[in-house]
Design a binder for this molecule. Sequence first.
Ligand code: EPZ
Length: 442
Amino acid sequence: MPTRYDIVGGRPLRGTLRVSGAKNAALKMIVAALIADGVTALRNVPRITDVEITLKLCEELGARYAWRDETTVEIDARRVNNPVIPLKYSGSTRTPILFVSPLLHRLGRAELTTIGGCSIGPRPINYHIAGLRQLGVVVEEVSRAAYRFHADQLQGNIITLEYPSVGATENLLMAAVGARGRTVIRNAAIEPEILNLAGMLQAMGAVVYQDVNRAWIVEGASRFRAVEYDVMDDRIEAASFAACAVATGGEVFVQGAIQRDMVTFLDWLRKVGGEFDIRPDGIRFYRHGKLRPVNLETDVHPGFMTDWQPPFVALLTQAEGISVVHETVYESRFGYVEALVSMGARIQLTNDCLGSRECRFTNKNYLHSALISGPTPLQGGELHIPDLRAGFAYVMAALLATGESRIYGTEFVQRGYADLIGKLRAIGAEIIETPAETVEPQ
Ligand code: EPZ
């Protein structure tokens, strides 16, 4: 049911909250559960729409699932029997392409009808397709974004990715664990969420490890056992709340913020003037004095995550001077900037690569660099969320703004942030969610 958030901002956020399990690890681990012919239990799974959609997709393929408690889900993959990843649910998420590898292991074939996800760029799947072909999978393109896959036995190979894509690396890891012989994936992604998935695959019986220079090495196996496994805490959520604490001049203890997974974020937060104390169970975020501008580029891990970028830009609207942010992962991840400008932010976008180096979008017509002049007071307004992380930037801008904001499109935020309202209230935010009946027509 569509809802809106009403937020009264302008006050420092103070208190303690606990982040949930990482969406971008949990989704892949749910998919990986289908590789084992048994009942997998995943702990610390966030209760968000993307997880529900992925579980429903599992069900459509013949699996069953049940929540054992609030954050532990059991996936019974013994009856996986349908190779067709259905159109239903698929249009809203990137996960369908990842089901291909488990289905190939279990059934020898898979059919993908379409693929969705946030509108932050074209997001093709060519690396997935090319890599699977190199592992001996026959891939037939039925129509745009619809494919048929077939393989009696996958065969290990040496694959070099054109770009360290997170999804392609995960897909190929899940394919390679069931391939005959050794697979090397070069120029691969090495995000902590992928390590979490690789750890689960290892627990299931695979030989899988990371080598130097962004390589993954996998030695295929033929039998996998169902396991009980923990999803890591969400470092995107942790960074989002950290940015809120520092931007509003408050002090928030984020339980589940793990230094090891957030080193780059913490460095940049400190450069801006944010402070933090590392504790065994989380990190306390605050600031002393004014915020400073920075020149920052997003990148694959261990660089500054693209998913940290929108809340960080909202933070930079409060820094004294001109900041530069060069987005190098997605072509179109500044869609939310217009709304921030309407609230009083001074942000200019350009097609140029404003960082220290060129990126894949050089000389293409993408507004992928931002100049942010601050500090600018923000005024509450009416906002319509275009995608998940942009949604958090809106919520954050509303928390910074004087006056009241009304935010529509909350379903985007609910895809990735579990109990956002509860967590924000725990740190003193004035936020209410209004049901659909009272949402005004746009
Ligand atoms: C994952 O998306 C995350 N999603 C994204 O988080 C995250 O922004 C992204 O990785 C980068 O860290 C999930 O884990 C569910 P990619 P993914 O393949 O795997 C291009 C969020 O807000 N590319 O690393 O889809 C692609 O277009 C979401 O939580 C190809 O060209 O990202 C993009 O420009 C949003 N061809 C770049 O690579 C391909 O075949 C990185 O994409 C695959 C990707």
